[in-house]
Design a protein around this ligand. Structure first.
Ligand code: HEC
Length: 406
């Protein structure tokens, strides 16, 4: 009997386990892809998928196409024809794109021969260009203009931090001198806090998120204590009303708050956005901490009052330490919520773009530089991850806050 029943139990768990594994895969694979992509070069990101790095030994991009169409005359290293040495940057630079290369290849060389002779490119122009774009990458590589494209680099991160949208990466373009005589380069250390990059935006986000979190915790804990242990008229009603406030959608308050702030001269100020986030965080904060504090045995409070403690002391010495798990989980929630907020910051903090807003500013309207986004995305969730792992042992306890009596 026994083996059968344990087999039954195992079979019952199969769907659950399967669902859990499936969910993990669904989450992890795209994240891993983004992570790998964030370390690939701009050129590699544009031309091949991130999974190609798993294929083992990195190949030089475009080499197979080059070998098929060009190597028979130009040689594997591009040096076979001295009049057209493809390892010479001067020659290759005349054909910056696949389309210009195609135009050249369609013209006769050496009098009336067709350039490629018997090796015809795909007849469809679009396919020919896509083949040739790999070839251009390869000959640029031969002529030393681009480094091997399968290498991993940090350029996406650097470009994201300084908000660089040039044609190459920031460090490469930086090597260009500003003047021909002085050794002054295009970039400098202050670019890190450049208003176009995410360096300054990260500071702005921290400036928004930390006070908004601390205020919610402090005011929420005080209010929760009052609702739990102070006797005043209408306590139940006010508490019920407060819980009701949780259903008010934030979007409803945007216009009236914007009007109010402009009357008070507070538009685009940090104070304004702190108050906004605090206001919308408080109902839930009070609810959560109240549920936690109200389960502390009454005897504990009575004995501390008997010892002559006032409410402030009871709050500090008894309620606050015991409510720590709830406070920690609330802190994580609020911090991550404010950190990820886009709408409120976009409207109420126009002069100091925060991270989420700045990341959208980084995207070129034509979607040309999305390689920067990969770096920016990873940097933007680094700090919430640190916060989460620093407090996660409280978090698990806090999730069940108030649901366990005693
Ligand atoms: C059948 C032989 C042959 C093949 C195949 C061939 N080429 Fe050439 N290519 C030549 C010759 C010969 C020249 C030199 C022409 C001249 O100097 O008049 C040349 C010149 C060039 C030049 C220099 C043009 C200039 O303006 O000076 C480039 C760039 C070039 N080839 C690229 C390519 C690429 C890319 C491929 C592969 C897609 C390729 N060629 C395939 C024979 C070939």
């Amino acid at each position: 009997m026994r083996p059968l029943s344990s087999l039954n139990r195992f079979l019952k768990k199969v769907p659950v386990n399967f669902a859990v594994i499936l969910m993990c895969i669904l989450w992890i694979v795209p994240t891993l892809g983004l992570f790998v992509t964030s370390f690939r070069t701009r050129e590699a990101v544009r031309t091949t998928g991130w999974w190609t790095v798993l294929a083992g030994k990195p190949k030089v991009l475009g080499e197979p196409e080059y070998q098929t169409y060009c190597a028979s005359c130009h040689g594997a290293d591009g040096k076979a024809i001295t009049a057209a040495d493809l390892s010479n940057a001067g020659v290759v630079n005349q054909y910056p794109s696949a389309s210009s290369l195609l135009v050249m290849l369609r013209q006769p060389v050496n009098g009336n021969e067709v350039h490629l002779k018997d090796k015809a490119l795909p007849t469809n122009t679009k396919d020919a260009i896509s083949t040739l774009s790999n070839v251009t990458t390869y000959i640029k590589n031969l002529s030393g203009q681009t480094k091997s494209t399968s290498q991993f680099t940090l350029t996406n991160y650097i470009d994201a931090i300084v908000g660089y949208k040039g044609t190459q990466d920031y460090l490469t373009d930086c090597k260009e001198k500003v003047s021909s005589t002085l050794a002054v380069y295009k970039c400098n250390a202050s670019d890190i806090l450049n208003s176009a990059g995410i360096g300054a935006a990260t500071l702005n986000t921290l400036l928004v998120a930390i006070p908004s979190t601390l205020l919610v915790i402090f005011l929420g804990a005080l209010a929760a204590y009052a609702f739990a242990w102070l006797d005043f008229k209408g306590r139940q009603w006010i508490f019920a009303l407060l819980i009701g406030f949780q259903v008010v959608p934030l979007q409803m308050a945007l216009v009236p708050m914007a009007q109010l702030y402009s009357q008070l001269g507070m538009q685009s100020s940090f104070l304004g956005i702190w108050l906004f986030h605090t206001g919308f965080g408080l109902p839930y904060a009070i609810y959560l901490i109240h549920n936690f504090i109200s389960t502390i045995p009454r005897d504990l409070f009575e004995s501390i009052y008997l010892d002559g403690a006032n409410h402030w002391t009871a709050f500090r010495k008894l309620a606050l330490p015991l409510a720590m798990p709830a406070i920690a989980s609330l802190g994580i929630f609020q911090f991550i919520w404010v950190w990820n907020d886009f709408l409120v910051a976009k409207i109420f903090l126009t002069t100091h773009p925060v991270l989420t807003v700045q990341i959208t500013n980084l995207i070129d309207p034509r979607g040309q530089n999305w390689h920067i986004l990969t770096g920016a995305a990873f940097l933007s969730f680094l700090i919430p991850m640190i916060v989460f792992f620093a407090f996660q042992r409280y978090f698990v306890r806090g999730l069940t806050a108030g649901s366990v009596k005693g």
